[in-house]
Design a protein around this ligand. Structure first.
Ligand code: MG
Length: 402
């Protein structure tokens, strides 16, 4: 079997409401949907972060995968591995690395379809038919044309309760670094009060916007609320290490340790307890499996990061989490905040869990009408999936007065 052609379609899908985070406001998700076509008629689907730049990279580097047997997935992954350089070089090669993640994902889909096996079974064996997720709670603006309203401390707590009532979640991932630390502590307190014993683990993510001193102060105050962990309270491996020495709250990251070459530094500095893998940022599903082994070696926890992925990458995440026992925390998804999807059967959450697809490969099919619709939307709105909020309090929290 040979890969003989590729279709790469950039799409932009709106979010239901604008979501705030420490760098700005997210209003949509831009993804590139990849279809690899083989000479035997099997088509594999993949997805990655980013749009036009990724499509250019896919075409520019087509010699890395066209003409190759998709069964030799790791040969292709190794070829794209040249783009997994050091973090300093990531800005130059980011699009090619993300392109490689989508190609690899599509190859696994082909292999699964050819062998009649699910990706999770190819990746070690599916251990559970459904995967547990945390309720992803944001400070959200009311609407895209109503920026500046609907994001008070009580709104986040109310949203958390709605998600628990409707979808049966047990854990919360709470996006912070948006309001002042005191307002965000108030939100956490309200969530604990409203949800009582229904809330098992709660974690926060200020996306590296707090100073070391602010991080230590806030985390020590929140330690009484039973934080599972805090993602990236401050920036850099050195800063994370300083925070971790001064607080009992475990630290997780999808910002200071995002490549293999950063792992030794992070371990030596004692900077993190949990690494959040990502099927795009780390270079593809096989990289997340390799990351799992490294986490096991250094006794680090592993969970999976969400970056507004659509149905194809969500399927990849589900197969990974179901097959890799090192994934030991409820994982993240933006799905409930996304207005639509490009797969024929969008995923649903019940009892805080999403079922692993049952079909061969990734087990999802593209809805052609929706793919066309959101490709057209992408041509209309471009890549503007997020913007910097001029009212951003988070940036001020980075330089607190003591
Ligand atoms: Mg994070």
């Amino acid at each position: 079997m040979r890969i003989v052609d590729i279709r790469a379609t950039p799409v932009t899908v709106p979010l239901r409401r604008p979501l705030r985070w420490s760098f700005g406001v997210e209003v949509s998700t831009t993804r590139t949907i990849v279809e690899l076509i083989t000479d035997e008629g099997i088509v594999g689907v993949g997805e990655t972060r980013g749009g036009d730049e990724v499509v250019r990279a896919l075409h520019l580097h087509r010699d890395l995968y066209l003409g190759v047997d998709p069964m030799e997935v790791w040969r292709i992954t190794r070829r794209f591995g040249v783009f997994r350089m050091t973090s300093e070089q990531l800005a130059l090669v980011g699009a090619a690395k993300l392109a490689g993640a989508a190609v690899e994902m599509a190859c696994w889909d082909i292999v699964g379809k050819a062998l009649g096996k699910r990706c999770g079974d190819l990746w070690g064996g599916i251990e559970t038919e459904s995967v547990e997720f945390a309720a992803y709670v944001f400070y959200r603006y009311a609407a895209i044309d109503d920026i500046g309203r609907g994001d008070q401390p009580e709104d986040a707590a109310e949203h958390a309760e709605e998600l628990f009532d409707r979808y049966g979640f047990r854990d919360i991932k709470f996006k912070n670094g948006v309001l002042t630390p005191e307002q965000e502590i108030a939100s956490v307190r309200m969530m604990r009060e409203r949800l009582g014993d229904r809330l098992r683990y709660l974690r926060i993510d200020p996306n590296a916007v707090w100073s070391v001193a602010t991080s230590v102060r806030v985390l020590n105050e929140l330690a009484d609320y039973g934080l599972e962990f805090c993602e990236d309270p401050t920036w850099g491996i050195e800063g994370m290490s300083l925070v971790r020495q001064r607080t009992p709250v475990p630290l997780a990251t999808n910002m200071c340790c995002v490549t293999f070459e950063q792992i030794p530094l992070s371990v030596r500095a004692g900077a993190v307890d949990v690494i959040l893998g990502d099927v795009h940022f780390w270079g593809g599903p096989s990289s997340v499996l390799q990351l799992a082994k490294v986490c096991e070696t250094f006794n680090l926890g592993l969970s999976l990061h969400s970056d507004r992925e659509l149905g194809i990458s969500t399927a990849a995440v589900l197969h990974l989490a179901a097959a890799e026992p090192m994934v030991s925390h409820a994982i993240d998804t933006h799905l409930l905040e996304q207005a639509d999807d490009i797969v024929t059967e969008p995923f649903t959450v019940a009892d805080g869990r999403i079922a692993v697809p049952t079909g061969p490969g990734l087990g999802v099919d593209i809805d052609r009408d929706k793919l066309r619709h959101y490709a057209e939307h992408h041509r209309t709105v471009g890549e503007g999936s997020e913007f910097v909020d001029p009212a951003q309090a988070g940036f001020r929290a980075k330089f607190p007065r003591f």
